[in-house]
Design a binder for this molecule. Structure first.
Ligand code: SAH
Length: 205
């Protein structure tokens, strides 16, 4: 898997070490154990998927995490991306809208002793009571820039979120708060399940 990540352009040694350290097999369903290190998304129930390892590594690399960073992960799912963020040295708060997934992830992350607090709620609104954050990652596709999340960044903070949708898929976007100004850049195409919430897609599709 690490070879594939390097081929995919992931360079940051901290991210590669974190990807090597987190056992992805603990985050996939029993039937998919043999595919745990294949570079693809896998089902985790409730119509959701654990993201493809390369995508997780690209997102986490783009967050530029440092030891002790206060980070928010939106769309806990299996908890895998939150685990990789914690393995990079961040204190992670992770938000999931489906209570059963949040509970499963919390149990898994706890068993691995990772510094992640899992909360149930609508991540499109962020976690205002925990803001500001050094880094925010969104593991689902937003229809537009989630403003509440951008507003919860600390000066110098980074928000990485797939934006767009429709048949073209999404554009992975990084926003950085620099000198009080938001600077956005595109990190390339990607494909994610939809972010569903008050400032996102609605549940009825
Ligand atoms: N990062 C996850 C990927 C999960 S897929 C992993 O590594 O496994 C995206 C997740 O986002 C799904 O679990 C979905 O339920 C969740 N989600 C969608 N909209 C959300 C919202 N508004 N707030 C919180 N979670 C949301």
């Amino acid at each position: 898997m690490l070879e594939r990540l390097r081929e995919g352009g992931v360079r940051d040694p901290r991210v590669l070490a974190a990807m090597a350290a987190v056992p992805r097999e603990a985050f996939v369903q029993p039937a998919d154990q043999l595919d745990a290190y294949v570079d693809r998304a896998l089902p985790i129930g409730h119509n959701q998927t654990i993201s493809q390892p390369l995508m997780v590594a690209i997102i986490v690399e783009a967050l530029e995490l440092r030891d002790g960073d206060h980070a928010l992960d939106v769309g806990t799912g299996s908890g895998y991306q939150a685990a990789v963020m914690a393995a990079c040295g961040a204190h992670v708060v992770s938000l999931e809208r489906i209570p059963e997934l949040a509970a499963g992830a919390a149990e898994r992350l706890g068993a691995l002793g990772l510094d992640v607090e899992v909360l149930t709620g609508d991540g499109s609104l962020g976690a205002p009571e925990r803001a500001p954050f050094d880094a925010i990652a969104v593991g689902a596709a937003a229809p537009r820039l989630p403003l509440a999340l951008a507003r919860q960044l600390r000066e110098g903070g980074r928000l990485v979120v797939p934006i767009g949708g429709g048949y073209q898929g999404e554009e992975l976007t990084r926003l950085r708060l620099t000198g009080g100004t938001w600077i956005t850049e595109s990190l390339g195409p990607c494909r994610f399940v939809p972010l569903i919430g008050a400032d996102a897609y609605d549940a009825t599709g």
